[in-house]
Design a protein around this ligand. Structure first.
Ligand code: SAM
Ligand code: SF4
Length: 329
């Protein structure tokens, strides 16, 4: 049996699966604004095929799966997929990253299916700004859903905020207040130069250190457990507050040395690094009805090509060839 360890001795235990390339929003750092075609062509994997791959990879050491996209809640069969993944031996956690637009109404079914946790992406608390940034305003329903989950306390919830200079940098303290009021982890993420990023210009990436300084002027931050769920965020408690703030700094403090993830694109391509374009096609093997060993061999090949680290900086001009929505950000 191939074990999922790469050339740099990193144990890979986390698979991020993009379940759709479609989305009900058009975030300006993720999607093109003209509505033109953005994605590599190709049919996406069926729910059955995704489960088949999870079953093949779990014995190699995959313990955690995150469903993402595009918007995962737009994928037909998503609840059945969560349910099926929970039944795969060895997979201990099934998480999801969602923009939250459909989460309120789907929450009971997802909980019943065994979804372990959610990250909800919300970059602004201001309706007009969300309309400008993402094409529609869902600030109120998404916030209500975050509140409802946090207050129920059944799911740990993280709020992902992509921090963008000149766009939402004046809302850092508003988000910190949200984390002080609710038992949630608000995570500020440095924007990355992915394809179709209409906001990237080498100056708009807001380094985590700047955000942290702004927050410390108002709140006392307490050292928190690092990477609570094995993630890359540096996390702090807020003195006297209910929640936490976290910083994800792929550009100013890359965490490649601790990378434990592989990505499966919606069309069934295994991708070892967000910023390296090597991909291995698994869909053809699924269509041909190959055995588990074939897929494990392909997984090992993808691992062999996993780079030690990416070379991006906040001023990089060469973007990743794909949008996050196509890779499963
Ligand atoms: N649609 C879902 C959502 O927005 O949560 C899941 C897919 S989205 C691609 C996953 C995460 O990637 C979101 O938190 C989003 O904000 C983030 N993301 C997308 N493009 C990004 C970029 N260029 N830089 C940093 N984060 C990005
Ligand atoms: Fe859609 Fe998520 Fe991309 Fe925004 S970040 S356009 S919500 S896939």
């Amino acid at each position: 049996m191939h074990k999922a360890v790469d050339r740099w001795r990193r144990q890979i235990s986390y698979l991020r699966i993009s379940v759709t390339k479609r989305c009900n929003l058009k975030c300006a750092y993720c999607m093109p604004g003209d509505g033109g075609p953005i994605y590599p062509k190709g049919d996406i994997l069926s729910i059955r095929q995704i489960l088949r791959l999870a079953e093949a990879f779990a014995p190699m050491g995959i313990r955690k799966v995150r469903l993402t996209g595009g918007e995962p809640l737009m994928r037909k069969g998503i609840v059945a997929l969560v349910d099926g993944l929970r039944a795969v031996g060895g997979i201990e956690e099934v998480a999801m990253t969602t923009n939250g637009v459909l989460l309120g109404r789907m929450m009971p079914a997802l909980q019943a299916a065994g979804l372990s946790r959610v990250n909800v992406s919300l970059d602004t608390l201001r309706p007009e700004r969300m309309r400008a940034l993402a094409g529609h305003d869902f600030t109120e329903p998404v916030l209500n859903t975050i509140r409802a989950i946090a207050e129920k306390g059944e799911w740990p919830v993280k709020v992902n905020v992509v921090a963008i200079r000149g766009i939402n940098d004046d809302e850092i303290l508003d988000f910190a207040r949200l984390a002080a009021e609710l038992p949630v982890e608000v995570r500020f993420i440095e924007m990355m130069p992915t394809a179709h990023n209409r906001l990237w210009n080498g100056k708009t990436c807001l380094p985590s250190a700047e955000i942290e300084r702004t927050i410390r002027e108002r709140y006392e931050l307490l050292p928190g457990p690092r990477g609570l769920s094995g993630g890359p965020a540096v996390v702090y408690g807020i003195a006297g507050g209910a929640g936490r703030v976290g910083f994800v700094s792929p550009l100013t403090k890359h965490f490649c040395g601790e990378c434990n993830r592989m990505r499966l694109t919606a069309e069934g391509k295994l991708r070892a690094c967000l910023f390296s374009d090597g991909e291995i096609d698994l869909k053809a093997g699924l269509d041909a009805g190959h055995e588990d060993d074939w897929f494990r061999q392909k997984f090992a090949e993808a691992l062999g090509a996993k780079p030690e680290r990416h070379a991006l900086t906040p001023r990089s001009s060469a973007p990743c060839s794909r949008p996050m929505a196509a890779i499963g950000g």
